[in-house]
Design a protein around this ligand. Structure first.
Ligand code: AMP
Length: 401
C-alpha cells in the first residue's frame, strides 16, 4: 500500500509518498508560493533527478493535482497511476479535546476541525485547505487526519489546566494541549527499542528541539506533561518565540509601548527567542558560529536556551519521580553537539554520565550519548513525523477493508 502524506500550510504544501511494506519513501517534495503565478514546485523521486518548476498555481487543489501528475509522470513519476496512491494522511496541528487519536476524514471530522479554527487560526485553516484539495483532486481515495495534539490527550487535569478561573476552560477551552505529538510519540517508541526495554516500563523526557521546541514527560508510553501549552508559544525558548515569561509582562509592555494585541502577539511569536536575544539570527547554527567567534550576545542567547531546557528536564524528572532516558530530536536536538553538551553536562545530580566523545560524533543514526554506567540514558533519535502520519493512515485504512 502507498500512502501520500500531506502537510499543508496557507501558501505551501509538503508531501511524501511512502510504500508501507518496506517503509520506503518513493518521492517527496513541496509546492511553495501557492496563490501566485510564480509558484515553485520541487519534486524528488527516490533515486531519480530532482525536478523543479515555476508555474502558476493559484490554489491548493491545483497544487495537489500537480503533485499527483508528477508522482504518476512517465519520467519523474514513481507510480503508474493515481490508483496506486491508496490513501492520504494529513498533518493537522490542532485536534483540541475532540481528537485523542488519528481518524478518517468524514463530514463530522471536517466540521470539528473547523470548530477548532479559533484555537489554531494560522494552522488549521491551512490543513483544511489541504484536505478539501485532496478530496477534490483525488476523489474516492481515503483520507486520514493526524493531529499534533492527540498524543498529549493522556495528560491529567493537574497538568493540562491553568490556575485561572475555570469558566475560561468551560467556555473557551483554555487549557494545555501540547504540540509535536507525532514526534514525541515516535521518538519515545524508538527509545524503548534502542534501550531494549518495554515502553510500558519507561519514564522518558523527549526534547523536540527545532525552530519550534517542546519537551514532554512520558510515562509508560503516555504523555503526562509537555511544555507547549494552549498554543505553541509556551515553554522552551525557541528560534523566534519567547517561550515562558511572566504573563504580567504582556499588559505592562502593551501599555508602555502602546502595542495592540496583534503587535504583542507578533513580538512574542516572531521577534523573540534566540533571534531577539542574540540580535544575530534565530538559527542555532549561526548562533553557535557567532558564539565560537566570541560574540557575547550569541553566547548569552545560547546559555539562556540551554539553561531553560535544563530546567524543564529537572521539572519533568521531578514530575515523574525519576527518569530512565532523555531523548534529543529535531534540527537542533539531532545536530547540535554543543547544545546537548551544555544541557547534559549539568545533569550529574540526576545520574547522567555524559559521553562527550560519543556526543561529538556527527551521525544521522539513532545513538546513545551517555556512558554505559549512566543511570539515565541520553539518546539522539532522528524524528520522523511523516512516517507516523503514514502509519496511522495505513492502520485506519486497513480497518476499512
Ligand atoms: P527543525 O525546525 O527541526 O528543522 O530545526 C531547525 C533548527 O535546527 C535551526 O535552528 C537550525 O539552525 C538547527 N540546526 C540544523 N542543523 C544544525 C547543526 N548542524 N548545528 C546546529 N543547529 C542545527
Amino acid at each position: 500500500m502507498n500512502v501520500l502524506v500531506i502537510n499543508a500550510g496557507s501558501s505551501s504544501l509538503k508531501y511524501q509518498l511512502f510504500r508501507m511494506e518496506d517503509a520506503s519513501v518513493l518521492a517527496k517534495g513541496k509546492v511553495e508560493r501557492i496563490g501566485m503565478d510564480t509558484a515553485i514546485v520541487t519534486h524528488e523521486p527516490a533515486g531519480g533527478a530532482e525536478f523543479h518548476e515555476v508555474k502558476e498555481i493559484l490554489e491548493h487543489t491545483s497544487a495537489i493535482r500537480r503533485v499527483v501528475e508528477l508522482l504518476t509522470h512517465p519520467q519523474q513519476g514513481v507510480v503508474s497511476a493515481m490508483s496506486d496512491i491508496d490513501a492520504v494522511g494529513h498533518r493537522v496541528v490542532h485536534g483540541g479535546e475532540a481528537f485523542k487519536h488519528s481518524v478518517l476524514v468524514n463530514d463530522e471530522v471536517k466540521k470539528e476541525i473547523r470548530r477548532l479554527f479559533d484555537l489554531a487560526p494560522l494552522h488549521n485553516p491551512a490543513a483544511m485547505l489541504g484536505i478539501m484539495a485532496a478530496e477534490a483532486a483525488m476523489p474516492g481515495v481515503p483520507q486520514a487526519v493526524v493531529f499534533d495534539t492527540a498524543f498529549h490527550q493522556t495528560m491529567l487535569a493537574q497538568a493540562y489546566l491553568y490556575p485561572v478561573p475555570m469558566a475560561l476552560y468551560r467556555r473557551h477551552k483554555v487549557r494545555r494541549y501540547g504540540f509535536h505529538g507525532t514526534s514525541h510519540k515516535y521518538v519515545s517508541e524508538r527509545a524503548a527499542l534502542l534501550l531494549g526495554r518495554p515502553l510500558a516500563e519507561l519514564k522518558l523526557i523527549t526534547c523536540h528541539i527545532g525552530n519550534g521546541a517542546s519537551c514532554a514527560a512520558i510515562v509508560g508510553g503516555q504523555s503526562v506533561d509537555t511544555s507547549m501549552g494552549m498554543t505553541p508559544l509556551e515553554g522552551l525558548m525557541m528560534g523566534t518565540r519567547s517561550g515562558d515569561l511572566d504573563p504580567a509582562i504582556v499588559p505592562y509592555v502593551m501599555g508602555k509601548e502602546e502595542l495592540t494585541l496583534g503587535e504583542v502577539n507578533s513580538m512574542l511569536n516572531k521577534h523573540s527567542g534566540l533571534g531577539a536575544v542574540s540580535g544575530i539570527s534565530s538559527d542555532m547554527r549561526e548562533i553557535v558560529e557567532a558564539m565560537e567567534a566570541g560574540d557575547k550576545n550569541a553566547a548569552l542567547a545560547f546559555d539562556m536556551y540551554a539553561y531553560r531546557l535544563r530546567k524543564y528536564i529537572g521539572a519533568y524528572a521531578a514530575g515523574m519521580n525519576g527518569v530512565d532516558a532523555i531523548v534529543f530530536t529535531a534540527g537542533i536536538g539531532e545536530n547540535s553537539a554543543q547544545l546537548r553538551r551544555a544541557v547534559c553536562e549539568q545533569l550529574t545530580y540526576l545520574g547522567v554520565a555524559f559521553d562527550a566523545d560519543a556526543n561529538a560524533v556527527r551521525s544521522s543514526a539513532e545513538r546513545r550519548i551517555s556512558t554505559a554506567a549512566s543511570m539515565v540514558a541520553v539518546l539522539v533519535i532522528p524524528t520522523n513525523e511523516e512516517w507516523v502520519i503514514a502509519q496511522d493512515t495505513y492502520n485506519l485504512v486497513q480497518g476499512l477493508s
